[in-house]
Design a binder for this molecule. Sequence first.
Ligand code: PHE
Length: 341
Amino acid sequence: MEDQMKAIRERIEAAAASVRDSKALYQLRKQFLDNKTGEIPALMKGMRDLSAEERPAFGKLVNALKEWALDFFTGRDAELKAAELAEKNAAEQIDVTMPGRPRSAGALHPNTLTANALIDIFAGMGFTVFEGPEIENDYYNFTALNTPKDHPARDMQDTFYVSPELLLRTQTSAGQIRVMENTKPPIKILSPGKVFRSDDDATHSPMFSQMEGLVVDKGITLCDLQGMLDVFAQRIFGEDVKTRLRPSYFPFTEPSVEVDVSCFACGGKGCRLCKGTGWIEVLGAGMVNRKVLENCGIDPDVYTGFAFGMGIERITMLKYGIPNIKMLFESDVRVLSQFAE
Ligand code: PHE
């Protein structure tokens, strides 16, 4: 009997010696100790085949073996678990001296930088920002701006119509009317926003942004316009830049001008950027047409005003030397990251 017990003990020890982890040990423990299927409980069950004299001694031996086995497995389990924990801790060790992973931070789009710079410049001269709707009534975008339905100047801007009376605004000038209708002079507003025209090439996009300016007060002249544009041009393109006004035509301004800045690349001598002329056209402007003031209930004999409108993408392209307007809409991070401030 004792040999039988000893044999089982040795088998357990031998098997346990090659067990490498606590899961496998658990299986081994089951093989010997599981109440239903284990070898040691089976011995207990076998006791009923023994004679009454043999039973007590056998029972004692089996119990002793069971006690030993329980102790043995508990001990081995603790050892294996400790080793496993140590291994896990070693694997999870953090090297606090390792350099951190850099996070790529986003940045403002160059066109947003330009818009912000413009707002900053004009806010410094007392302008406040007004934002009009992108879907506009025909009236605000054209008719009230002295461009009635049959006016040939409508051809200057290829328009996306939503319905006969609704359109995607072609110019932020629409905002001039919205402001003048509701505000008594003095008026000094800046109106940034998206505009839409059916136009598409290297320097034109069907959607682009404009920055409108409008000043209405007593005694406003074209000199005030040029004075403010000088500040704008010098802050955006450089201290030495000059402006010049050329006669032009817009239905809502009279007189109308095209504003050029002296070429900041060559200092006015003539180069590729200014196409040899020394000047670069940057915006349209003029004195607010009497009819437009009247349309908004402002007396043109008392008040005068000027307005200007510039393409923000155009300013961005000039300022950063961007050759194609599409680069501003493609969201290519390799391009955009060059302009992060
Ligand atoms: N709205 C004109 C355009 O888009 C620009 C402009 C604005 C001209 C204000 C004069 C006054 O071309």
